[in-house]
Design a binder for this molecule. Structure first.
Ligand code: THG
Length: 267
């Protein structure tokens, strides 16, 4: 499982305050902790700052870079922010995100090509997000095919069904799971990704839902996730699911995690 740490996101109150006050220590601490917990990428999002987004994103990236050289996932709908982020971050990168919306596709694709990045591809187009599974599936397929036709190798593409809160519509969990499975069947070389924490907005005890979604989505073919790597039970269940699905020969990783103390306090 490719883990993208979600915690450096300015829509989170603590991060918004830290960025607003230039609290570099807090940002660096969260970068280091997510890396130690197993993140392969750190998502960096300054979207809460609207017209100052680019400037604040730049500060966040430079600050993270003082703590770690870990690959970053630059998270913004704005091509200008993605471009600046890629230019200053260096190293291996994921652009988060492109979609089949015509303007966004046209403006984000050159960034993916120029910096040779991975790219998260959201299954939405100019009509927005449909609730009809076949419609979303067709948008996802068209988007994947267009990216590959443009020379983006399938291993660089992360298709995202864009999980929405089940509190808003009880079919959104099943919809995302079915899409992950169908995308996996159609394009086995393209990664399947989602943001777990979206699913639980507005509901109590959100982590319970996020953890359950991870297991279900892994069974459906999820191989990358934007999540909170500091949620120890989530990470423990991730390792258990990898072992149960046959991705962990002789359960070596599971056993190593248990021995390292990563499961301490989890019964
Ligand atoms: N797909 C892609 N990118 C994404 C998402 C996705 N980026 C953003 C998001 N979804 C994933 N990241 C988060 C980060 C925080 C929260 C949810 C998803 C979250 N924040 C709480 C809130 O806003 O209420 C605050 C939590 C806190 O303060 O600790 O839930 O799906 N490609």
């Amino acid at each position: 499982m490719i883990i993208i740490g979600e915690l450096l996101n300015s829509t989170r109150e603590g991060i918004r305050r830290a960025v607003g006050e230039c609290d570099a220590a807090l940002i660096k601490d969260l970068a280091t902790k997510q890396q130690a917990a197993g993140a392969a990428y750190l998502d960096v999002n300054a979207g809460a700052f609207a017209e100052r987004e680019i400037e604040q994103l730049e500060w966040m990236i430079r600050t993270v870079r003082e703590a770690t050289a870990l690959p970053l996932c630059i998270d913004s709908p704005k091509p200008e922010a993605l471009d600046r982020g890629c230019a200053i971050a260096g190293g291996s990168l994921i652009v988060n995100s492109i979609s089949a919306e015509s303007e966004r596709f046209q403006s984000v694709l050159p960034i993916v090509k120029q910096y040779n990045t991975g790219v998260i591809a959201l299954a939405m187009d100019d009509a927005g997000m449909s609730n009809d599974e076949d419609t979303v599936y067709n948008v996802a397929c068209r988007l994947a095919e267009r990216l590959m036709a443009e020379g983006v190798a399938p291993e660089r593409i992360f298709l995202d069904p864009l999980v929405r809160p089940i509190g808003a519509n009880s079919s959104y969990g099943r919809l995302a799971l079915n899409l992950i499975r169908r995308i996996w069947d159609t394009f086995p070389e393209i990664h399947r990704i989602c943001g777990l924490s979206n699913v639980s907005f507005g509901l109590p005890k959100r982590r319970i839902l996020n953890r359950a979604l991870l297991i279900l989505a892994m069974a459906s073919g999820l191989d990358a996730a934007i999540l909170d790597p500091l949620d120890a039970p989530l990470m423990a269940h991730l390792k258990a699911a990898e072992a149960l699905l046959g991705y962990d020969d002789y359960c070596m990783n599971y056993i190593a995690a248990a021995r390292s103390g990563a499961f301490d306090g989890i019964d």
